[in-house]
Structures are given as structure tokens and as C-alpha cells.
Design a protein around this ligand. Structure first.
Ligand code: SF4
Length: 76
């Protein structure tokens, strides 16, 4: 899994840093997201999914699917 963040979309809500402080931080200057670990270990994949799912600005992107649960319901 790889993580990417879009600082232009980020509104500084801080959910990511709250839910996954090992992976995300907030810039002291503008409050926007800082990516601490773009290639998180498996132990943090669940937190990465939770942060991406709860970001109100959809500013967090997960790349790659290795050992990751589905990040979206497809409506079966
Ligand atoms: S949860 Fe989303 S909007 Fe909030 S700080 Fe993180 S990336 Fe930015």
C-alpha cells in the first residue's frame, strides 16, 4: 500500500492525524495534512483506510491493494 495526500484539497479538519497519528500530521503553519509515512507497514493499513474514509475533503488516496480490505462498498 502507498498513501498520497492532496494538500490543495485538505481543509485541515485533522481527522487523519487523530485516527492515524503514525501516518499523518498537520502543518503548524496552515493546519493542512503532512504525510509522515507514504508506504505504511501492514500494521497501519487499517488505520490508513479509516483515515481516508473519514477525511471530509477526500484528500487521502490509497494506492495498491496488497492485504488491504475494500475501501468502498460496490452495492451488491
Ligand atoms: S482528514 Fe483530510 S481534510 Fe482533514 S487534515 Fe486530514 S487530509 Fe486534511
Amino acid at each position: 500500500m502507498e498513501l498520497a495526500v492532496d494538500r490543495e484539497r485538505c481543509i485541515g479538519a485533522g481527522m487523519c492525524a487523530l485516527l492515524a497519528p503514525e501516518l499523518f500530521d498537520q502543518d503548524d503553519a496552515d493546519g493542512r495534512v503532512l504525510l509522515r509515512d507514504p508506504v505504511p507497514p501492514a500494521a497501519h493499513h487499517s488505520a490508513a483506510h479509516e483515515a481516508a474514509h473519514n477525511c471530509p475533503a477526500a484528500a487521502i488516496t490509497l494506492l495498491g491493494r496488497a492485504s488491504a480490505p475494500p475501501d468502498r462498498h460496490t452495492g451488491d
